[in-house]
Design a protein around this ligand. Structure first.
Ligand code: HEC
Ligand code: HEC
Ligand code: HEC
Ligand code: HEC
Ligand code: HEC
Length: 428
């Protein structure tokens, strides 16, 4: 009987041994700690305790166990040259002591988890992917209202914010009450739920997380929203045009910067002791009305639909003018003698715009109304800027009598390129 018990117990023990070896081989935290502690000299082992390490940050409602594996993150004197045993780069942990900040408030991931994939958020149903490298900059805006103050540490975030402005994203999207409502409000897009992204994930290659969703959207907006063609539908049902969001032909680096900025747009209600409010931006001054008008054009995102510098080239399915939003280089020719109707058009917009084919659906893009947004003084400056654009035409513009409306055919001999790629030249 005893013998049998002994045999059973030894079998159980060896089974447990096998399980623990298997767990170690599968990224359990113990193997990391063991590997690390082995490298330490005897006197260095003091102060390094085994077991699960956790940073309990009540004010932020977080329990972060990252330091269980990243065991030397705040101990450069014993850190090694490989992850997870490196010391933290820079002075970030001095400025943000781990007891007060933890790790996940900046890096995302799953604080409580003690296996690599789970801790780094690489598991299904965890919606907070690990922010590595430059992506960490997405977290800083939660607390630092004034990016200027920390500019040296957030080049990607700053560039992303500038690009959002320069490419005219505000012409279609709003963030916190600023910007048009042609498409989604992006105020909290950085924490948009994965359930809402599910359908889009089907159209993209893994990994299926928010970071890669943004990159995919920015790389080619139509890829995730290709539309539904009439031949794919039962007769009588209306086709759906592909995404009206332009392809900005962004470089890999620009995509990353914009992704960092989009990730930074989250709902956030941190305790005041963590938040450093921003200063209001100084009011700029302009030498001429044209200069001021250019700033108005850029601020409100007119480039969203009319191209940077108003050169046109943005697709608008079934739009009256060659399936594109009209360029603004001819505005002086059309409205030079009737400034008031130009101002009326900008104040009231035009929705929907005329269709090329009345049997197909309305174009996705329309001219929004600006009367509640742009002041009359800014509107005058804007008109001055729009008129100045005619100077960029390769030859004298057509006379007003030849072309009275924006959907009339293009003047002959026009050499301005209207393809999407080449329309992206920034205004000089
Ligand atoms: C079970 C052990 C373990 C835990 C727990 C863990 N990590 Fe890691 N971490 C690693 C390992 C191993 C690597 C190196 C491999 C890799 O990059 O995935 C790493 C890499 C990283 C890197 C990237 C380093 C680089 O050069 O790209 C970051 C950032 C990071 N961890 C942050 C965290 C944060 C934040 C947490 C807590 C939410 C955490 N880790 C929890 C083991 C762990
Ligand atoms: C204030 C925000 C902040 C906090 C808090 C923070 N980090 Fe970082 N972490 C950063 C920044 C910024 C970098 C540098 C990223 C870069 O430019 O490469 C970084 C880099 C790292 C790296 C190097 C790999 C990489 O992605 O470059 C690791 C690993 C890491 N952090 C882990 C941690 C752990 C573990 C904690 C918690 C003890 C922590 N961090 C807390 C901001 C933070
Ligand atoms: C949870 C809030 C929070 C987050 C997230 C955060 N910080 Fe901070 N940061 C603070 C607070 C609070 C201070 C301390 C300010 C003080 O002491 O006046 C600080 C201090 C700093 C300082 C030192 C400023 C100085 O003048 O001494 C720098 C630099 C800095 N943070 C950069 C960053 C960067 C870069 C990120 C993103 C990777 C980041 N912070 C993320 C709250 C945060
Ligand atoms: C001409 C209008 C237009 C402009 C300009 C535009 N977008 Fe969009 N955007 C859309 C439309 C329409 C959608 C809705 C989804 C679709 O049809 O692709 C969208 C969707 C998005 C989404 C997904 C939002 C969500 O919650 O699903 C993001 C993120 C986004 N745009 C970012 C940007 C950025 C960044 C820029 C500037 C570089 C930009 N957009 C410029 C029209 C525009
Ligand atoms: C969401 C897309 C969108 C945005 C943003 C937008 N527009 Fe338009 N705009 C259009 C469309 C579409 C038309 C064509 C209207 C039509 O066919 O009736 C148009 C027409 C115009 C016209 C008439 C052009 C002509 O050839 O007659 C002017 C001028 C104009 N827009 C100026 C502006 C200014 C200034 C801004 C910024 C304050 C702006 N637009 C922002 C879509 C937009």
């Amino acid at each position: 009987m005893r013998r049998l018990l002994f045999l059973l117990l030894s079998a159980l023990l060896s089974a447990l041994f096998v399980v623990s070896v298997w767990q170690d081989a599968h990224h359990g935290w113990t193997s990391y700690q063991r590997r690390f502690i082995k490298t330490l000299a005897k006197d260095e082992r003091r102060g390094v305790t085994g077991g699960i390490h956790q940073l309990i940050v009540k004010d932020l409602n977080r329990v972060d166990r990252c330091t269980t594996c990243h065991i030397a993150i705040d101990k450069p004197q014993i850190a090694l040259g490989e992850e997870p045993f490196k010391a933290h780069p820079g002075k970030f942990l001095q400025w943000h002591p781990p007891e007060k900040f933890g790790c996940t408030v900046c890096h995302g991931g799953q604080g409580l988890a003690t296996e690599v994939e789970a801790a780094h958020g690489d598991v299904k149903h965890w919606e907070d992917p690990l922010l590595r490298g430059a992506l960490v900059q997405a977290s800083c805006r939660q607390c630092h209202g004034d990016l200027q103050q920390i500019a040296e540490h957030v080049p990607m975030l700053t560039q992303g914010k500038q690009l959002f402005h320069a490419k005219g994203c505000y012409g279609c999207h709003a963030i916190k009450d600023f910007g048009q409502t042609v498409s989604q409000d992006l105020t909290e897009v950085g924490s948009k739920s994965y359930q809402l992204l599910e359908a889009d994930f089907e159209n993209m290659a893994p990994p299926h997380d928010r970071i890669h969703w943004f990159m995919s959207k920015l790389n080619n907006p139509r890829h995730l929203n290709p539309g539904v063609r009439p031949e794919q539908l039962p007769p009588g049902e209306e086709e759906v045009f592909p995404s009206a969001m332009p392809n900005f032909s962004l470089s890999e680096q620009e995509i990353q910067a914009l992704t960092v900025y989009l990730l930074s747009l989250t709902a956030s209600n941190l305790p005041v002791s963590y938040v450093i409010p921003g200063q209001p931006e100084p009011t700029p001054t302009y030498a001429t009305p044209v200069e001021r008008g250019k700033a108005v054009f850029e601020k409100y995102g007119c480039a969203a639909c009319h191209g940077i510098g108003g050169v046109g080239g943005r697709k608008n399915w079934n739009g009256g003018l060659g399936n594109e939003v009209p360029p603004l280089l001819y505005v002086k020719a059309y409205y030079g003698s009737d400034v008031e109707s130009l101002k009326q058009l900008i104040r009231n917009g035009r929705q929907p715009v005329p269709r090329a084919d009345p049997k197909r659906p309305n174009p996705g893009l329309y001219m929004p109304a600006w009367k509640d947004r742009i002041s009359e003084t800014d509107l005058d400056a804007l008109v001055a800027y729009l008129f100045s654009l005619s100077e960029r035409l390769p030859q004298p513009p057509p006379s007003a009598s030849q072309a009275q409306s924006w959907w009339s055919p293009e003047p002959k001999g026009q050499t301005q390129s209207r393809s999407e790629g080449s329309a992206e030249q920034p205004a000089s």
